[in-house]
Design a binder for this molecule. Structure first.
Ligand code: 4AD
Ligand code: MG
Length: 420
């Protein structure tokens, strides 16, 4: 056979001759007797239609796979294309797992659903910086940013202060929420957690929202629940085929996420854990952080639906969380959303808007100078406000029922792994 580029084949110059084309499958349509492919090799925007009898079909012949097709170039009976290739032989030279494709399309619809809900409700999208000097979560799990190259050979610091890849856009959102009232961001965040768990990445995406004039955790959890529900319905409406592809992994009751969510306090969560006969690896005393095993147990206990856990011990939450001064135990107005299969999907809180309380807490931590600009937000036009962050890869994990977070992103980053 004569080897031809797809553009040459499409020009019809070799009609009637035995040719071979190499390219990638752009569509596959199987009928009873025949299978129809469109093959593109980058030489033309158009694809070459290939008609093959069903015996030549192959389960590896999927969208994106690389193929070599040999056959006779013929005039096409259809008006849309001038020629078609009557295949005598098809070799799949490179496989392409279609579920990767399905996943990316699914991810697209999930985020567009979440963003549509926010935009419909008057949120303004803000791009928060990726390089920052703050450690919003105060956990010290930062990647430091250093310049490299001949100008910086003597270790000079580019920004004059230590700079890091952001762990959260929250503090920047708090600044702009003072002008726009309702803001959100969708972007990458980075954490140097030395964890090999099935729900941690070193680089992950977050949808973060911040809302001025938020007076209570009820106000906040309503937005979280509405966003989850809208985005989930949106993706299920648009991606049924992609969801079906995952069905063998998907937890059967995934549509139950659309029922009303449950709310319990941290105190109630601790009581449930302490009453259970389950043997946990980590302690369940008041004041202990909830671990993955606890979160998964709580979700199951509550009927495998999303659960808000509210009012965590004050000392467990970062400096920005609002003090619940009227509670008998010292708690903060913070909330986590726990979901089936994953545990924590969102973290949020009311922010401490009272200058005296916030400055006392920052002083205690020795951070009042670093965060003097943050205290200024409480000096000039301070309002009750709150917000949350939703881990996008965990959202995919939860809806698709994927066990390991590394399987929902094309290029996962985690400790000892930064290929490509
Ligand atoms: O609970 P986190 O740390 O909350 C914040 O960063 C807040 N500043 C957000 C805000 O209020 N604007 O993180 C939020 C969510 C978690 O609930 C989790 O879903 C996800 O981000 N997350 C991770 N996802 C993957 N890998 C990691 N290492 C993650 N760390 C947090
Ligand atoms: Mg959290």
């Amino acid at each position: 056979p004569t080897k031809l580029r797809v553009s040459q084949a499409l020009s019809g110059a070799e009609l009637g001759s035995n040719i071979k084309v190499q390219g990638w499958v752009r569509s596959v349509r199987a009928q009873k007797a025949n299978v129809f492919l469109h093959v593109n090799d980058g030489s033309s925007l158009q694809s070459l239609q290939v008609v093959a009898s069903s015996e030549l079909s192959d389960p590896l012949l999927t969208f994106g796979s690389a193929v070599e097709v040999t056959g006779i170039l013929k005039k096409s009976p259809h008006q849309k294309q001038p020629v078609e290739l009557d295949a005598k032989q098809i070799n799949v030279v490179g496989e392409c797992n279609p579920s990767d494709m399905a996943l990316s399309i699914f991810a697209n619809f999930l985020i567009s659903g979440a963003e549509q809900m926010l935009l419909d409700n008057g949120f303004v999208e803000i791009n928060t910086p990726i390089i920052t000097s703050n450690d919003c979560e105060g956990a010290g799990e930062l990647f430091q940013v250093e310049p490299s190259g001949p100008d910086y050979a003597d270790g000079e610091n580019f920004f004059s202060v230590p700079a890091y890849l952001t762990v959260s856009g929250q503090l920047h959102l708090e600044v702009v929420s003072g002008a726009f009232s309702k803001v959100y961001t969708f972007g990458p965040t980075f954490r140097a957690e030395n964890s090999q768990s099935r729900r941690h990445l070193a680089e992950f995406y977050m949808v973060e929202a911040e809302i001025s004039f938020t007076q209570s955790l009820e106000d906040l959890t309503k937005v979280m629940e509405d966003m989850f529900r809208f985005a989930t319905e949106h993706v299920l409406a648009h991606c049924v085929e992609d969801v079906d592809l995952f069905h063998k992994h998907v937890t059967p009751g995934h549509r139950e996420y659309l029922v009303s969510f449950l709310r319990i306090t941290y105190r109630e969560a601790i009581d449930i854990l302490r009453r259970s006969s389950e043997r946990f690896a980590f302690p369940t005393d008041w004041g202990c952080d909830l671990k993955t095993e606890h979160e998964k147990y709580l979700v199951k206990h509550c009927g495998n639906i999303p659960v808000f856990v509210t009012d965590y011990p004050y000392d467990l939450k970062p400096f920005y969380a609002r003090d619940n001064q009227d509670h008998p135990e010292r708690t903060a107005a913070a909330v986590d959303l726990l979901v089936p299969g994953v545990g924590e999907l969102c973290g949020g809180s009311l922010r401490e808007e009272r200058l005296n309380l916030l400055s006392a807490r920052l002083e205690e931590a020795g951070l009042e100078d670093v965060y003097s600009w943050y205290l200024d937000l409480r000096r000039f036009g301070s309002v009750p406000h709150g917000g949350f962050g939703l881990g996008f890869e965990r959202y995919l994990q939860c809806i698709l029922g994927v066990d390991n977070i590394k399987d929902v992103v094309p290029f996962p980053r985690f400790s000892h792994s930064c290929l490509l």
